[in-house]
Design a protein around this ligand. Structure first.
Ligand SMILES: Cc1ncc(COP(=O)(O)O)c(C=O)c1O
Length: 443
């Protein structure tokens, strides 16, 4: 019997949905059953323009034949193989392909299954790296307010979204956070990197003084904070963070789960901002969202530091059953071929300016208090509602109404955000912005 996954669900009760108000959703479910190119389709076959790339991940657009072909070929050959003490060719090929396109100092990649695991892996490598070099006092991890680094205990500890942390107690010891970089007073409606706020990086000096440099292992930031509503870094901010970390022997980690793999038309934000960290995390777009995968990239200096002990001893006591899963490795190769063949990152570069112009035309529309953008990412901040029990109701209501009008846009807090597949064209950009304008007028 052939499977038919388009039929309606018998019950919505049993699935505890992630990051979703269960009862609100289940009262008025937003169901999708099919996807192709720039579009999802609801059960009635209605087209829904995907302005979110699913969840910042379907960067090459939906239903790409080469990716399906690669995954299927690997599945026909071998469903699963352990990467603990065994290997198979596809995973090594995938790693080599990725490293070939990474900025020069990055020579090795550790695979996991998600952005959260990629982050936890990066934090653990940072701690282990210092210890292996005899600087085991370096245990403090520094994140940033409004940062999102997934939902593992490591990620929520260094993360800076209060609601994601509040429920779960004291989290990791040895933590601190930099101030976030959003400065509505000085930078509202800035295009790309805002002019003001490089000095927020100097706060790192203050934390270093407080904790002592020899106690600090790493600083982790998203080059552009995504989930909090798209906050591009102020001009000069990332450079300053890099200088301070270098001066004190602190590792700098860029969490590029959103910004990596094409959002700026480049492999990583190193090629975009010109600032090189010591570790980079990626996930999402790296398999075009088809098979879960996280990747933690390290420089040669870091990798080599681990390669000094006896050869028969495991250098890093870390890994997941599905680290380097065959289907995920095949998906990386299929995704990279697709991006190259269709020159998708060239399109991302070409569309960045029209996208910027379009989203900034939202300035002056009802309830819009800020618009921010960088590459093919944009955040639209809406005013608080007058309902003290539901201050952020506008973005939610807008997102639901947009869906009814055939547009997928996600929201968190007061922000709507846009991260469309990178195959987008001008007409689709116009459709996104026009539909948002129409809905804002109805609030
Ligand atoms: C910057 C960043 N890091 C980590 C994560 C976590 O990724 P995942 O949901 O795959 O665990 C996300 C997810 O959106 C993210 O945006």
């Amino acid at each position: 019997m052939a499977y038919d996954f388009t039929t309606a669900a018998n019950s919505l009760d049993e699935f505890w949905m992630p990051f979703t108000p269960q009862r609100y959703f289940k009262k008025a479910p937003r169901m999708i059953v099919r996807a192709k190119g720039m579009y999802y389709y609801d059960p009635e076959g209605k087209e829904i323009l995907d302005a979110a790339a699913g969840m910042w991940c379907v960067n090459a657009g939906h239903d790409q034949p080469k990716i399906k072909e690669a995954i299927t070929a690997q599945l026909e050959l071998m469903d699963y193989a352990p990467c603990f003490q065994f290997g198979y060719p596809t995973v090594f090929k995938a790693a080599s392909r990725l490293i070939a396109d990474m900025p020069e100092p990055f020579t090795n990649v550790f695979f996991s299954n998600s952005g959260s695991e990629a982050v936890d892996t990066a934090l653990k490598i940072a701690l282990a790296y210092h210890r292996i070099r005899g600087e085991g006092t370096r245990r403090v991890l520094i994140g940033r307010e409004r940062g999102y680094h997934g939902v593992g205990f490591g990620g929520i500890s260094v993360g800076g979204l209060p609601y994601n942390r509040a429920t779960f107690g004291q989290l990791l010891p040895n933590l601190d956070h930099l101030r976030h970089t959003h400065d509505l007073m000085r930078n509202a409606f800035a295009r790309g990197m805002p002019d003001h706020g490089a000095e927020y990086a100097d706060e790192l000096d203050r934390l270093i003084y407080l904790h002592d440099p020899m106690n600090i292992a790493a600083v982790i930031v998203e080059p552009v904070a995504g989930s909090t509503g798209v906050l591009p870094p102020p001009k000069g901010y990332l450079q300053r963070l890099r200088e301070i970390c270098t001066k004190h022997g602190i590792l700098l980690i860029f969490d590029e789960v959103v910004t990596g793999f094409g959002r700026f038309g480049t492999m990583s934000s190193v090629d975009y901002f010109g600032v090189t960290p010591d570790l980079i995390t990626m996930a999402k777009g790296i398999t075009n969202g088809t098979v879960p995968l996280g990747a933690t990239f390290v420089t040669k200096t870091i990798y080599d530091a681990f390669m000094n002990g006896p050869e028969h001893v495991i250098e890093l006591m870390h890994g997941y059953t599905y680290s380097g899963h065959p289907l995920a490795a095949a998906a990386i190769i299929g995704t990279m071929d697709t991006i190259q063949d269709q020159k998708i990152w060239d399109n991302a570069k070409a569309m960045a300016k029209p996208f910027e112009d379009a989203v900034h035309s939202l300035k002056g529309e009802p309830h819009v208090v800020d618009v921010r953008n960088c590459g093919m990412l944009a955040g639209i901040q809406l005013a608080e509602s007058k309902d003290p029990n539901d201050l952020n109701k506008y973005p939610r209501e807008v997102s639901y109404e947009l869906f009814r009008r055939g547009l997928m846009v996600r929201y968190t807090g007061p922000n709507l955000y846009l991260s469309p597949p990178l195959i987008i064209n001008q007409a689709q950009i116009d459709q996104i912005v026009t539909t948002i304008k129409d809905v804002l007028k109805t609030l």
